[in-house]
Design a protein around this ligand. Sequence first.
Ligand code: HEC
Length: 525
Amino acid sequence: MKKSSSLIICHLFLGFTIFGQVNFSEDIAPIIYENCTSCHRPGEIAPFSLTNYEQVAAWGATIRYVTEIQYMPPWKPDRTYSKFVGEKGLTEAEIQLIADWVDAGTPQGDPALAPPLPNFPSGSQLGTPDLVLEMAEDYFIEGNNQDDYRVFVLPTGLTEDREIAAIEFRPGNTRAVHHALIAYDTNGEAAAMDALSPEYGYESFGDFGVPIQGTFTGYTPGIQSLFFPVGIGKTLPAGADLIIQVHYAPLATNETDRSSLNIFFKAEDDPISREVQNMPITPLDLDGGFFSFSIPPNEIKTFHGTKEIEEDISFISVYPHSHYLGKNWELFAVTPQSDTINIIRINEWDFNWQGSYTFDRMKKIPGGSIIHINASYDNTINNPFNPSNPPQTVAWGEGTTDEMYLVGTSYVRYREGDEDIVMGENQLTNTTDILYDKSNWLQAPYPNPSNGEVSINFYLDKSQNISLKLLDIKGQIVENILEGSVFSSGEHAALFNVRKLPAGVYTIQLSGPYMNLTKPLVVSE
Ligand code: HEC
């Protein structure tokens, strides 16, 4: 009790002295830890860490700049156009707060008021996989500051067709893996390609380098894999090879990577009644046909294509793809009633931050609609990514100096009520996954019984203000382990000591705006 009251006094005092002044601990740390630290921490893809006051203050001016131009956190789809699962981005108010903080000289505030660093989940984010396929060898990435694009073949060894609920790419080396695409090959062509040279895998820049039979959602740092909704999934044929195309970011030092795929089969009580289909959009859909896809030097050129949707469908995900000349993308559908349905808009295409985006809810496109696809390419010297100087005529191809006009999509046949299915909300339907069931958010303390240090893990689905208390048998507060602090989404751990407490039965209580969970703890002699 004493401890908590002294904490409150301290709070009031500070609130009085620095009232109105934006500071790191109270204002900036929650924004950075929630939006940046997943990549900006040791061992992750970003080149420096943002895990404490000193680091964030040192980068203050650059952080202000990259957040103002909305370069960071990386999220390419226009958030005002359509909604996707796992959207990243700061609000206007947050961007302003960062600017004000930098203007004020990056004051720290009271370190005690800063939220703790989130505990980032390291294992699977979906639960225990049914099958794990790992790269057969370590792949050596030379530290030559060059991008490296490599395809690896992971034989599934499946002797019968299997229904897939999710495939999760797990980077072996998070510092090196920039993004990865996943597909499957039932004809052994990728394996044959790999066999042509003694090195593990084969090089392929813009694609898998062989014809593929289907795709799964790929990997971009910070974007979570999702289970398909109930009754929906994708059948992986017997004997198929899963193939991954991995983009390794330029690195100054030699590294190795051995990434893997976590595969989750559909549960027995959740068979597939609707198979996920892929509908690629290519230059075959262009107004001028496939061979009109040619980008003259020193020009910015926009291509328009259309695709007719014959029967009602529900879109699940969309993946626009061009190379270094890519400038922007826009996809929308016009229904037979002349209504417009926004699909995706990317105002500033960035090859490095491409991704497959899952709609927040399945997106119905009525039969008879026409999808319009506009993509622009900047083949001038003003495009800093233009791989050719002077610019050359560029046509379709997989190489770095070729271009693509490709949109991967996944969809199912429409069924009434699809609009209400919130994607990613069924994460707990997989029986192996107990963590995402709210009643399990507060894990049992460990060890239990204890007479020393106790650790408690808890999970939050989104950033929120929570407190963690130790109560005695009468429900009186013995200790405020964590008092009213904002924690980000994900797994967290708290440590505390019960050595001085009388033996007996206690209760640990995790409470927040919409939960109140408890677990018993026995303190032994
Ligand atoms: C999904 C991973 C990811 C997230 C989330 C992320 N970053 Fe980055 N950040 C990177 C990578 C990778 C780079 C280096 C490559 C680049 O500049 O694109 C980078 C570069 C930067 C740079 C240096 C830019 C430059 O031009 O030197 C700053 C500053 C930065 N990030 C700040 C932030 C801030 C602030 C946030 C949160 C608001 C954030 N980042 C969120 C991955 C991320």
